[in-house]
Design a protein around this ligand. Structure first.
Ligand code: ATP
Ligand code: MG
Length: 255
């Protein structure tokens, strides 16, 4: 039986009259690739925003490695080991790929985000180490050749990979990926799938993956949670979820 790393207990988030996440309970196991699917507006990104502390729950709890994180701030949650990418890519377009990854890492180092990139010199040893680690991550995502180019010049697929490198720079234990294959061509999607499995193994990560591309989710995830109008309507192995009538009606039937 594997260990639980993250638990959502009756998690609820309201926006005015709308219940974006409605009494959702599940547990994610260490080292698992856990899928999160559901139609547009189902509450998937809201769930990520809750886990990463961008918003707080109206009700219920999030427990990470036995500690409640529901009321913690985003940087505290990040430093506890939860990193994410964004559905709407959030890179510093004017900065180079390398600088974007270094920023991701600086969230974690003592000198903080405003050193190095923004002018205040960090400790030389730390700076060299950060740069070295960032270059290694760029190599891992296949962007080492473009390390010094501005992020804004990158095609979509490369920006998504750069976001993953930036998130990995935090040295997380859990990586949340919000539609990482969006905008990628079929070939890139296949590569991404292999890549996600590879980084899970290399960094011993737990991954939660939001993705609309069903073959990718089915092929990659050990279990899949399905949200519909904020409610968890299924949570099981891919083959079982695929044949669940409520899921087909809510989601897969529309594919
Ligand atoms: N900050 C907010 N204020 C008000 N309503 C919000 C806010 N964030 C999300 N919502 C609403 O909550 C619902 C869930 O949105 P969410 O972005 O979580 O869906 P999603 O499952 O990620 O959808 P998609 O597949 O389109 O990305 C939607 O109705 C959305 O409009
Ligand atoms: Mg979303």
């Amino acid at each position: 039986m594997s260990n639980i790393i993250l638990e959502s207990r009756s998690l609820t988030r309201r926006f005015g009259g709308l219940v974006a996440v409605n009494d959702v309970s599940f547990a994610v196991h260490e080292h698992e690739i856990f899928g999160l699917i559901g139609p547009n507006g189902a509450g998937k990104t809201t769930l990520f925003n809750l886990i990463t502390g961008l918003i707080s729950p109206s009700d219920g709890k999030l427990v990470y490695k036995g500690t409640e994180i529901s009321q913690k701030k985003p940087h505290d949650i990040a430093s506890l080991g939860i990193a994410r990418t964004f559905q709407n890519i959030r890179l510093f377009g004017e900065l180079s790929a390398l600088e974007n990854v270094i920023i991701g890492r600086h969230l974690h180092t003592k000198s903080g985000i405003f050193t190095g990139v923004f002018g205040i010199p960090p400790a030389p040893k730390e700076e060299i180490e950060s740069k070295q680690k960032a270059l290694e991550l760029l190599e891992l995502v296949g962007l080492q050749e473009r390390a010094h180019e501005s992020a804004k010049n990158f095609p979509y697929g490369d920006q998504r990979r750069l976001e993953i490198a930036r998130a990995l720079a935090l040295e997380p234990e859990i990586l949340l990926l919000d539609e990482p294959a969006a905008g990628m061509n079929p070939n890139e999607k296949q590569q991404l799938s292999d890549f996600i499995r590879q980084i899970r193994n290399t960094f011993n990560l737990t991954i939660i993956l939001i993705e609309h591309h069903v073959p990718l989710v089915m092929g990659l995830c050990s279990r899949i949670a399905v949200l519909n109008f904020g409610q968890l309507i299924a949570l099981d192995k891919p083959d079982i979820v695929r044949n669940n009538p409520a899921v087909i009606e809510a989601y897969l039937g529309n594919e």
